[in-house]
Design a binder for this molecule. Structure first.
Ligand code: NAD
Length: 346
């Protein structure tokens, strides 16, 4: 049977959830609640049921699940109240702003015997899925490093994302997504975290950051978010022991150059700028294969399909408590490394 899901926080992302739930094969939109009357009026005008208070929503026995899409600093309180009211909870990312806070949320989920997960929807991004598929297949050999970048040029949005108190900043906002993707590709086996922030358009929170994760396997991930990049660097760049893959932009296919023969006789030196080089001479089709990979199929609504199946005991939630803690620890270490200038070793 379809689950009844209410959305708390009917802003940008709350609207996204509502739209998906209205079309869902596994759930229905029970209604929405927001502290802003204008947002409730909008919901009413769209024919969506509204709850005037959180208490009213939580008292509705027909609601099985709540999806929380408020600013980050409100996640813990609403999650715990919802779990105590007997609802399963899907919380937007970043789940919350400290490990202690997350531990309280998990403890409440266990005490109330209700499921609690985080909406890591970017596990369904097709660019990330192409990279993961390539890495998992071993097609370019063992992965040496992954570079994952999100570059824009509009600075931090002028809303709560610019305030420290509400959990603003790009490490929390975009970082949590692309760190999660890097762990899904390279494994949940981090050895150290190094991070530095940028404050180009905003002093209060990071409007960009650069993070390096070293893994026990020897692999490295270089993760970067920028909001002052008028020319964006490639979205993904990944080197394996047998080739290199790159995705310029999420709209583009993954390009692969795979090594067929390491040695090449009689390399012709090339002229570059004011000099000559054999080391950097481009390879030819005798030693490398060059091709594109088809974009993988993806349906982000599989997140809701999984969660509703987990409620019925048919599946387990894809985003686990262990992963939530792991991700938040990396974020916390990112803050610490930025402050101290040190690499945080696990
Ligand atoms: P937003 O500002 O557009 O919307 C937030 C809404 O929450 C507003 O309408 C606000 O009035 C309401 N609100 C604030 N405090 C509340 C409270 N205590 N109770 C009920 N409503 C409250 O912000 P947004 O961009 O929609 O972000 C919301 C959450 O979704 C954040 O956690 C953000 O990180 C996350 N998000 C996730 C993705 C994703 O792809 N997973 C994308 C965007 C945002």
């Amino acid at each position: 049977m379809k689950k009844n899901i209410a959305v708390i926080g009917y802003g940008g992302m709350g609207g996204w959830h509502a739209e998906h739930l209205l079309k869902s094969d596994v759930a229905g939109l029970a209604g929405v609640y927001d502290t802003d009357k204008n947002r409730l009026d909008l919901a009413l005008s769209q024919g969506i049921k509204i709850y005037k208070t959180l208490q009213e929503l939580l008292a509705d026995n027909k609601i099985d699940v709540v999806t929380i899409a408020t600013p980050n600093d409100a996640h813990e309180e609403i999650t715990v109240k919802s779990l105590e009211a007997g609802k399963h909870v899907i919380c937007e990312k970043p789940v919350t702003l400290s490990i202690d806070s997350l531990n309280r949320m998990i403890a409440s989920s266990e005490k109330n015997n209700k499921l609690f997960t985080v909406h890591q929807n970017r596990r369904w991004d097709i660019d990330y899925l192409a990279m993961k598929k390539l890495s998992d297949s071993g097609e370019i050999g063992e992965i040496i490093n992954l570079e994952s970048r999100i570059h824009g040029s509009r600075g931090i949005p002028s809303d709560w994302r610019g305030t420290r108190e509400q959990g603003g900043g790009m490490l929390y906002d975009w970082g949590i997504h692309i760190i999660d993707q890097a762990l899904m590709i390279l494994g949940w086996d981090v050895k150290s975290v190094r991070c530095s922030f940028e404050n180009i358009t905003n002093d209060e929170v990071d409007d960009g950051f650069r993070m390096e994760l070293c893994f026990n396997s020897g692999a490295r991930a270089y993760i970067e978010v920028g909001t002052y990049n008028f020319i964006a660097m490639p979205r993904f760049y990944m080197r394996g022991k047998n080739g290199t893959a790159m995705i310029i932009d999420w709209r583009e296919k993954c390009k692969v150059v795979k090594c067929k023969h390491w040695h090449e006789n009689d390399v012709t030196p090339v002229k570059t700028a004011a000099g000559l080089t054999k080391t950097m001479a481009p390879r030819n089709s005798v030693t490398v294969d060059e091709y594109e990979i088809d974009k993988p199929a993806s349906d982000v609504h599989d997140f809701y399909r999984n969660f509703t199946a987990a409620i019925d005991g048919r599946e387990t939630p894809l985003v686990t408590h262990k992963q939530m803690k792991y991700l938040l620890k990396i974020i916390m270490d990112g803050f610490k490394s930025n402050e101290t200038g040190e690499t945080i070793v696990w």
